[in-house]
Design a protein around this ligand. Structure first.
Ligand code: ZN
Length: 242
């Protein structure tokens, strides 16, 4: 049975009620009819937290999406049974730090596109630290200081971040989304989720984001590296605003 992904519409949801739809005893994990736990994907790592089950507290150690089902790996006691009601609670510190980091990366993408017209090629994040690769060749003079300034100006501008759902036929004609290769999303997906940092960066995206850029704090570029021709890696950390 398909799992309803509560985080897609409300990234700030920390607790939720659900029921167990499937049990994988060998894997020590359960599937739920709905979840606020983000499963690893799109460069964003999974959430952790707890599930309150009829037989007690369990720790959620890992979350994976397989097809349309989200599996929650549990520790701390027996698995609940199919049909059992559970209450989920996220480790909010970890999730919120990931939201801040994910949004910081979108701001970085927007700034680099606006200033240098260079697209992103890949990336990965942990809570409050991340790397992202861009098609620079080579990096411009004084890049590190300049990009850090530009990102922090956008964060301080406290731009709102809006999440909407567009029919695929509409999304593939949006110029901002075409730039981020929206056409690569499989045709079987009827509705595209769009994360819009208003006036700066718009992407088709399944990740969790803060509500406005001021919620990120600030960033520090910790390192830039060459990963070959037309591929430069930028490492950053997210810190609290002073
Ligand atoms: Zn993203």
């Amino acid at each position: 049975m398909e799992t309803e992904l509560l985080y897609l519409r409300d990234a700030h949801l920390r607790t939720f009620e659900a029921s167990v739809t499937d049990v994988d005893a060998d894997g020590g994990r359960v599937a739920l009819d709905r979840t606020a736990f983000y499963p690893t994907g799109g460069g964003q790592p999974h959430d952790t937290g707890t599930l309150e089950t009829p037989s007690g507290h369990r720790t959620v150690t890992s979350v994976r999406k397989e097809g349309t089902v989200v599996w929650h790996a549990l520790e701390g006691g027996d698995l609940p049974a199919v049909g059992d009601p559970v209450t989920g609670q996220l480790d909010w510190q970890r999730r919120h730090d990931l939201m801040r980091t994910h949004t910081a990366l979108h701001v970085l993408c927007g700034v680099i596109w606006n200033e240098w017209g260079v697209p992103v090629t890949g990336g990965n994040m942990e809570p409050l630290s991340a790397r992202m690769d861009f098609e620079f060749d080579p990096l411009p003079e004084g890049f590190k200081e300049r990009v850090e300034d530009l990102v922090n100006i956008e964060l301080a501008a406290d731009r709102p971040i809006e999440v909407t759902f567009l029919p695929r036929s509409v999304a593939v004609q949006d110029e901002d989304l075409i730039r981020t290769k929206v056409n690569l999303i499989p045709e079987s997906v009827p509705e595209i989720r769009v994360v819009d940092i208003v006036g700066l960066d718009k992407q088709a995206d399944g990740g969790t984001h803060v509500a406005h850029t001021g919620e990120v704090g600030r960033i520090r570029i910790t390192k830039t590296e060459s990963k070959g021709k037309g591929n430069k890696r930028i490492r950053l950390e997210v810190v609290d605003a002073p």
